[in-house]
Design a protein around this ligand. Structure first.
Ligand code: ATP
Ligand code: MN
Ligand code: MN
Length: 298
């Protein structure tokens, strides 16, 4: 896509109806990627992202002066609200916001957002999740094939219970496993469920895995981070850019893609976005009651 420059926007390029200020500002210095390119990227992948980011609170990672400048996590808007951004208040009084459109996504990119981090549960309430996440965080000493093995182990453990999970790169050094579920239980059950699953998988090889957040015990291990689940917890959205050198992307994959996946995946803003079949129309799973009972959740 090439942005229109018109008089109404004072000569600024317009992306998805949003005038982009400082379009030539370099956001990724080492890669020469500009703010306009970021906005155009989100125009391009917006349609893919929307089912995973709309109607739920979002957190933004903003880089107003590029990724080498200060990075800000932002979870709410009160004064200046960008176009097609909808502030809301949660039952506990917390201010959040959500979007419904690609225009909303681009208007946040115009506002300096690089990363979009949705909650696992939709509005209103944000209490009953439809997406559960296990975030595999390998220590720097862990070899990449071990991370792939861990992802497959978790996939197979869930599959034994009839649960079909999705996989994506984190855009960093890890892998995210996502389980879309029918909205039946609240986080009160689903958070301990994600922990119990992490613990069961970790028990296959305690030398390789850890489920505690403590940094000191992670050396040489893969942290199965289940803390992405819960009210207010987030995970970076599929197809999202990361505010890291190279403009990496959290890329949705087919499980078969793991066989040839290089370390971290290596996907960037320059790559054609992937739309694997499993991600096209995700299956929202029902967690068998027997499984929840066996894990001591109910
Ligand atoms: P990596 O592969 O480098 O681990 P990642 O996105 O998985 O990339 P993590 O640090 O493991 O990064 O965090 C996982 C998710 O937790 C993030 O995608 C983000 O949504 C959320 N998160 C982590 N740290 C914060 C934070 N300080 N504030 C808000 N959300 C955070
Ligand atoms: Mn991670
Ligand atoms: Mn993590």
């Amino acid at each position: 896509t090439s942005a229109m420059r018109n008089k109404n926007s004072g000569g600024k390029p317009v992306v998805q109806g949003i005038a982009i200020s400082h379009p030539d500002r370099v956001v990724y210095p080492a890669d020469g990627i500009t703010k306009l390119e970021v906005a155009e990227y989100y125009e391009r992948v917006g349609k893919l992202m929307l089912p995973f980011i709309t109607k739920r609170p979002l957190a933004l990672l903003r880089a107003p002066s590029g990724i080498q400048g200060e990075l800000f996590f932002q979870k709410s808007f009160n004064t200046h609200v960008p176009a097609e951004v909808f502030p809301a208040r949660m039952p506990d009084g917390d201010e959040v916001f959500s979007i419904k459109t690609i225009t909303g996504l681009v208007s946040l990119a115009q506002f300096g957002a690089i990363e979009f981090h949705p909650w696992g549960a939709p509005l209103p309430g944000g209490e009953k999740p439809d997406f559960l996440t296990w975030d595999l965080d390998p220590d720097s000493k862990v070899a990449w094939p071990e991370v792939l093995g861990a992802a497959l182990l978790l996939r197979d453990y869930l599959a034994e219970q009839g649960l079909e999970s999705l996989v994506k790169t984190s855009g960093g050094k890890g892998i995210h496993i996502i389980l879309p579920i029918k909205r039946k239980h609240g986080w009160d059950l689903m958070k301990p469920f994600t922990k119990a699953v992490a613990a069961e998988v970790a028990a296959f090889n305690p030398k390789r895995f850890i489920i505690a957040a403590s940094k000191s015990k992670r050396e040489g291990r893969i942290f199965i981070d289940w803390l992405r689940n819960g009210e207010g917890a987030t995970c970076v959205a599929p197809w999202c850019l990361r505010a890291r050198p190279g403009a990496p992307v959290s890329m949705p994959l087919a499980w078969e893609d793991l066989a040839t996946l290089p370390p971290g995946g290596g996907f960037t803003i320059r790559d054609e976005p992937k739309l694997p079949d499993q991600w096209k129309k995700p299956k929202f799973n029902t967690i068998p009651a027997r499984f929840l009972k066996n894990l001591g959740i109910i």
